[in-house]
Design a protein around this ligand. Structure first.
Ligand code: URA
Length: 281
């Protein structure tokens, strides 16, 4: 169903009795019944918001709207001039949610081995905080990597996103590449999928594969949605494969890609949108 509010229509706010109807209130201003005019709810034109988000020129965005490639709060919009609120409306291009707010930033860091996941350290060890300097105010690291683990670490000033990505209940999948000593038993995949009992409880992997084996060393890829301390090292040691090098290569849909060790990049709006979608924001 098309929930668009064309430019020339008056966008309205609900009147008396609204609180009682809250449960049933439509989720988008375009769905609200006409009545009192509330300029607060006017929002901005969809094509302008899309263009500012870097989707394309306004003209291109209008064509995309016409082609049915844009949705607002889950409904495809094909009418030009719909007013949206970038703070609250969820906008997707070809089904992929995009972040519209400019004040929230999230970065990916390729943490080198030897750097501790902290903003500062009273023992003067090198920290993630040293690496990011004053990149943006209010950045926090999302979860942790061991000092000797390298790879993808997210930093954000969006507190709720950080909380949800790190909280076990959201079961965000993380992918690791581990260099291990020894050859990998044939049935290990099945064993890890079934679950292994560690000292602090069982752990199951979402995926496991051998990437390479050479001269008594193997590289394996492990995907799990666990955040317990040293979990990958402990899990692999438990099955007889001590880890000599560990790299996190992905967090949910965000990949380390070809980032150089120590480099930082801002997540794209698409990546951010996908992360938010993943944790229900
Ligand atoms: N598992 C580990 O063992 N170490 C990390 O840094 C992350 C996951």
């Amino acid at each position: 169903m098309n929930t668009a509010t064309p430019d020339d229509e008056t966008t309205t706010a609900a009147g008396e009795g609204w609180a009682e109807d809250m449960e049933l209130a439509p989720s988008h201003p375009g769905d609200r019944p006409s009545g009192a005019h509330d300029p607060e709810r006017e929002g901005e034109r969809l094509q302008k918001v899309l263009a500012r988000a870097g989707v394309g020129s306004r003209r291109v965005c209008e064509d995309m709207i016409e082609a049915g490639r844009i949705s607002v709060n889950g409904a495809v919009v094909q009418v030009q001039g719909m007013r949206v609120d970038p703070e609250t409306d969820k906008i997707a291009v070809d089904g992929v949610r995009i972040e519209l707010r400019d004040d929230r930033v999230t970065y990916a860091l390729n943490k080198p081995s030897g750097v501790i996941t902290a903003m500062s350290d009273d023992r003067n060890r090198p920290t993630v905080g040293d690496m990011i300097g004053d990149l943006a105010p209010g950045l926090v690291h999302v979860g942790r990597l061991d000092q000797d683990t390298e790879g993808l670490l997210l930093l954000t000033n969006d507190g709720e996103l950080a909380h949800r990505l790190a909280h076990p209940s959201y079961e965000v999948r993380k992918t690791y590449l581990a260099q291990v000593s020894g050859s990998v038993p044939r049935d290990l995949h099945r064993r890890l999928r079934a679950g292994v009992d560690l000292d602090d409880g069982p752990v199951t992997v979402d995926a496991f594969r051998v990437v390479d084996t050479h001269a008594g060393q193997s590289v394996v890829e492990v995907v799990l949605h666990e955040g317990r301390k040293h979990i990958v090292r402990r899990l692999l040691a438990h099955v007889g494969l001590p880890v000599s090098r560990l790299t996190r290569t992905a967090i949910g849909p965000v990949e380390l890609q070809r980032m150089r060790s120590g480099s930082i990049r801002k997540l794209t709006r698409e990546e951010l949108g996908q992360l938010q979608e993943l944790v229900g924001l």
